[in-house]
Design a protein around this ligand. Structure first.
Ligand SMILES: *Cc1c(COP(=O)(O)O)cnc(C)c1O
Length: 374
């Protein structure tokens, strides 16, 4: 039986054409029409003034922090329940992350803990230089509450929308709420450029500056002149060709991922103690990954891991939820504000195969395999 993946690349058809166009016109590197087109599609879709196509979501986060002036020994607040790449760039800048736990409704940054952390930082004379808010698994964070706090204390918001392209919050696209938003087109995301990312913003100067930094900060001179540190973070015209084709099918990808979610939810609705992340009123998730949580009062602890191991025997890939960053050895020395929510989710949850190219048969097999091992 062929392997059932958590989330694998799903081409739409036009990608090859755009890549071939790049070959035929010798726009193989570095920039070119595919990059311009892809950036236009991204800014239109997210509803922001401009986008810079970059080599990864991680590099986009790094440049976002640089644009906001984050430097050595600054403090940057970051959601704890996320992929480590949300926080690594804080360390690239020599700054210190302060991790904030999640609230129960969306599994994203808890506004109460966020405000408490800001107040504590200020009372220690160290106002945070920025905050990184994540829309985990595609579920929008409580942006109204977050933005109100950000405004009150004047802390700029970086929205990590790496998992949330296609998600909306009260009708507006995720990625467009913060001072800066970042996207990822890594191979496992809802659309992919084989590897890539983007920085989006309503501040066109910042986006221009991101393009400048990402191409080694080359000043306009006949020789190589550099007044500032540069980075090699730009997306190639080949990768952007894939991105162009992927953007054309993004709405279909969101529909299919949401359908996967509904199938799983319906299949386990009769099971007491199995739950799924619901959408609060006004929240629309792209359902990048469907996640399942086993209630610890009904299922033995370790049920998630038992199911993972059993499904692996059927060549089905599942994965534990993100291990919170406050539990990661690499971040052990940093402060965190915890409430137990992400620890509990990590202990009891599992990500299920959620690709937009999963077949009905494979999806049914996953459901049956879980039921047979409960
Ligand atoms: C994937 C991901 C990133 C990093 O994106 P890359 O393109 O892989 O560098 C950052 N944050 C979150 C939440 C992600 O899921």
């Amino acid at each position: 039986m062929s392997r059932v993946w958590l989330s694998s690349p799903h081409m739409g058809g036009k990608e090859k054409e755009y890549v071939t166009e790049a070959f035929d016109t010798n726009w193989v590197a570095p920039l070119g029409p595919n990059v311009d087109q892809f950036e236009q599609q991204l800014s239109d879709f997210v509803g922001v003034k401009a986008a810079a196509a970059l080599s990864s979501g991680t590099s986009a986060l790094h440049l976002a922090l640089i644009l906001l002036g984050v430097k050595t020994d600054d403090v940057v607040l970051c959601q704890s329940f996320t992929f480590a790449a949300s926080a690594f760039p804080i360390r690239y800048c020599g700054a210190a992350p302060v991790f904030i736990d999640s609230e129960k409704d969306t599994w994203n940054i808890d506004p109460e803990l966020l405000e408490k952390a800001i107040q504590d930082c200020i009372s220690k004379g160290k106002k945070p230089a920025a905050m990184i808010v994540v829309h985990l698994y595609g579920m929008p964070a409580k942006m109204n509450e977050v933005l109100e706090i950000a405004k009150k204390y004047e802390v700029p918001v970086i929205e990590d929308a790496a998992e949330a392209l296609g998600s909306t919050y009260f009708g507006k696209a995720c990625g467009g709420f913060g001072e800066i938003g970042i996207l990822s087109f890594n191979g496992n995301k809802i659309i992919t450029t084989s590897g890539g990312g983007a920085l989006v913003s309503n501040n066109e100067e910042w986006v221009k500056k991101a393009r400048f930094y990402s191409t080694q900060s080359k000043e306009p001179a006949p020789f190589y002149l550099h007044n500032e540190l540069g980075y090699n973070y730009r997306m190639s015209n080949i990768c952007a060709g894939i991105g162009r084709g992927q953007m054309e099918v993004l709405p279909l990808r969101v529909d299919k991922r949401r359908e996967n979610f509904e199938r799983y939810r319906a299949a386990f609705a009769p099971f007491e103690g199995i739950s799924f992340l619901a959408e609060p009123e006004g929240f629309f998730s792209n359902r990048w990954l469907t996640t399942i949580v086993f209630d610890e009062n009904i299922y033995a602890s370790g049920t998630n891991e038992k199911i993972r191991v059993e499904l692996e025997k059927h060549n089905i890939e599942t994965r534990p939820l993100w291990k919170p960053l406050h539990q990661q050895p690499v971040f052990a020395e940093f402060t965190s504000y915890n409430n137990g929510v992400s620890d509990k989710l990590f202990a009891n949850g599992l990500c299920l195969p959620s690709g937009s190219n999963i077949t009905d048969e494979a999806l049914n097999n996953v459901i049956e395999a879980i039921k047979n091992n409960l």
